[in-house]
Every structure is written in C-alpha cells, then in structure tokens.
Design a protein around this ligand. Sequence first.
Ligand code: NAD
Length: 469
Amino acid sequence: MGSEAEEKKVFDAEAASSMMEKLRGSFSSGRTRSYEWRMTQLKNILRLCDEREQDIVDALRKDLSKPELESTIYEIGMLKNSCKVAVKELKHWMRPEKAKTSITTYPSSAEIVSEPLGVVLIISAWNYPFLLSLDPVVGAIAAGNAVVLKPSEISPATSSLLAKLMPEYLDSSSIMVVEGAVPETTSLLEQKWEKIFYTGNGKVGRIVMAAAAKHLTPVVLELGGKSPAVVDSGIDLQIAVRRIIVGKWACNNGQACISSDYIITTKDYAPKVVDALKHELEKFYGKNPLESKDLSRIVNANHFARLTKLLDDDKVSGKIVHGGERDKDNLNISPTILLDVPRDSLIMNEEIFGPLLPILTVDKVEDSFDIINSGTKPLAAYLFTNNKKLKQQFVATVSAGGLVINDTTVHLAVHTLPFGGVGESGIGSYHGKFSFDAFSHKKAVVYRSFAGDASIRYPPYTPGKLRLL
Ligand code: NAD
C-alpha cells in the first residue's frame, strides 16, 4: 500500500506543463471564443452561487468564522452582481468598437476588436477567498480565455470547495483549479501564460511579476497598502463612524484590502471621534466583542502573532484607548483604537490588515493630505467632510487606487468604476467592463479599399511632393 503522499498526485512542473498542454489545445480549438460558451459558463457561475450558497457560507465560516450576512452580501452577492453585469453586457462588450480614422489613411475605416488573450492564470488571496477567486474568473471567461485558478491555501475549506464545485458547474476542459501553496504556485508560475492576475501582498506580487517577465507575460497585481480615512470636523459624526466601522470591522474584522487602515483627524476633534467610535462599536458588537458572532476571527496563528506584535511594540505602549483584548485560543482580537501613535511605530509602517485602528492627529485637517502623500500610494483613501474646497483638494492632490468621500469601501460595488491600485498598491484594474478589458487584447484593425490610391508616400520623393506637405 502506498503512502498518502504517494497516493496524492503531486502538482509539480511536469503536471503543470501537461495541464497547460490540455488548456492550450482547448483554447486553440476555439471553443472558449464563442458567445454561447462564455454565456453558458457565466450563467453556470450564477447557478453555482444559488445552488451551493449554504456550502459556500459553511466553508467561509470554517476558514474565517465569517458571519453569514457578510458572506452572503460581500462574497456571494458581489460575485452574482459581477456575473449579472457580464451576462447583460457581454454582447455589447464583444462587439468591435468603431474608431475614427485620419486624413493620412483616407479613405478607410477602423475598429478595435477585443480578442481573448489565451490561457490565463488567476492567483487569489485568503480574505475574501470565494469572491477574489471567482470575480477575476468572470472577467477571464467573459473575454473568452481558458483559465487556471489557484485559490489561497490559507483558506483551505473554500479552496477545496472551489476545486470540487468548479468542475461540476464549468467546462473543465477550459477552466481548471489547482490547489496548493508555494511549491504548486511556483510550478504554475514557470509556465508561459498570456496573463497572470494576482491578488495578495506586494512581496509575492514581485515574485509573480519576475516570473511573468521571463515570458513577457502581462500582469494585473491587486495589492494592498495603508488606506487612510481623514475625518474633518463639522460633520454628522455618528454616520461617519458607522461607515468607518462597517468598512473596517464588518469587513472580515479589518482583514480587507480597502478597510480604513488608520484615521487622521485634528487634535481638537480626536476625542469626539474616539467617543463616537466607542459608542457605535458597543452598539454593534456589545460590551464583550470577543464573544460577538458578528465579527470574523483572525485567519490563523501567524496573522494573530503578527497583529499582537503591532500592539506589543513599545512605541505604542499606553496608546490604546479602546479594546486591545485578545483570545489566543480562538484567534480573536477585539476592535482596538489607538490614539496618537508615533509615525515610526510598527503599526504605522506596515499594512495592519486586522481589527486595529490607529488615529493620527494634525493641527489642520489639510495637513492630512501631506501625511498620506508622504507614504506609498494606498489602495483607497477616504475623506469625511462637508467642506467643498477640501473635497476638491483631496481629489486633486491625494493619489490612491480609489477615493470615496463621506463613506468607505463602497467604490468596490460600483461596477462602472475600475478597481485597482497605483504604485505599491497595484498594477491594472478590474470589475465590470474593466474585467473584460483586463483579459482582452485590443486589436487595432484598419479597412481600406483599392480606391483612391494617389499617395505621396510612394517613391520617388520628388520636390513637388515635399511642397504638398
Ligand atoms: P495569501 O497568503 O493568500 O497569498 C496570496 C496568494 O499568493 C496565495 O494564492 C498564495 O498561495 C500565493 N503565494 C504566497 N507565497 C507565494 C510565493 N512565494 N510564490 C508564489 N505564490 C505565493 O494572501 P496575502 O498576501 O496574505 O493577502 C493579503 C494581502 O493582499 C494584503 O496586502 C491585502 O491588502 C492584499 N489584498 C488585495 C486585494 C485587492 O483586491 N487589491 C484583495 C485582497 C487582499
């Protein structure tokens, strides 16, 4: 009898290359290009969401104790919306786009034809393991590609559910799932892909980009960063803090790429912000939030240790003004607010990605923008204000993947907006038509006839021709 390791087929470079051969064959056969194939796969993803909703909710609970409402809205609901937009718009997206021509090519007509890239790789992250796996797959399918999805091993229940369900619902000759961690992803990255779409941290983003460079493969990198929320005075503070809380703790307990990483407000206003946060947090999660069923847990012991290290840094000692309780056995940390942390503390020098929220204070609210722009470019930035000039200044001067005024995270749900980072927070974007474009080549096509062939570009280049210019 063979050992378990022998029985379980290892996914190595050989397995990756034989899988690639099958996918190439499938793509070359042209099956993924037809409107009908794309539409069938998209509708099957919708069917998967409807028929297997309970399995998905259960897997997310196992991986993250994700509350059912968060799973239903932010993972399943958002994916269904993406699919519905693609189903509704696919014909329109696939249609060639007329382009204006110039006098140089007169007479002629031109168009932009969207063609599938080929065989693409999608590597996803653990925090929204269902949505972040299938949302890019929707774009890749809509654009007519063959796809390999590599879900995150850090959310193993969702990863194995995807590996089980995708072949049941989707064309398994053209859409495949590979489970695994670094060795399996490394084998996949050695292959030649037509696009790699990666969601995760910037350190691995660099590994992905270096692997892609070997084959001149284009990449989309959906990364993270420290997304600030600037809070001006003279606002409806209760609504503002509720919207910050919902985008932070009600998004996977702060383990979300566009959660507010820190707040900046003025020295005078900070006590009011802290009080309002405490008040609303208690209303949402009770007096003992470690017991709350409405908060996800920290994903694993490594991330728990990383977060507690940020709290135990000497530089933030005495700065906790709310929360700070931990439960190592159940991997829980209560919603925690820190006031006036030093800019050189650990917590202000890495993405927090958890339930800790530091507040920095400034003399004038306008000073916040300099603080934001002095760091690496965040994935999102938020401003709460009623001041029109401040809004204009924010939009004109703050560079981030996306901005929201008077709310947090909601730009993610606007499918007519591109979602992606800038600088350290990422390369490229997706959602709605941007997903289709991310997985398409925009082919330039010019049509000419044999009429009107008098052209000064034909030699000999006589002085008379020069004078015509
Ligand atoms: P992760 O640990 O799940 O890693 C992401 C993927 O990279 C996984 O599939 C993993 O297997 C693979 N991977 C890890 N090490 C690798 C290596 N050495 N070589 C090849 N592949 C490797 O997720 P994470 O990185 O902890 O995710 C959190 C980060 O992702 C945060 O920075 C967050 O802001 C960012 N994020 C961004 C978005 C977005 O849409 N922009 C969404 C979610 C998370």
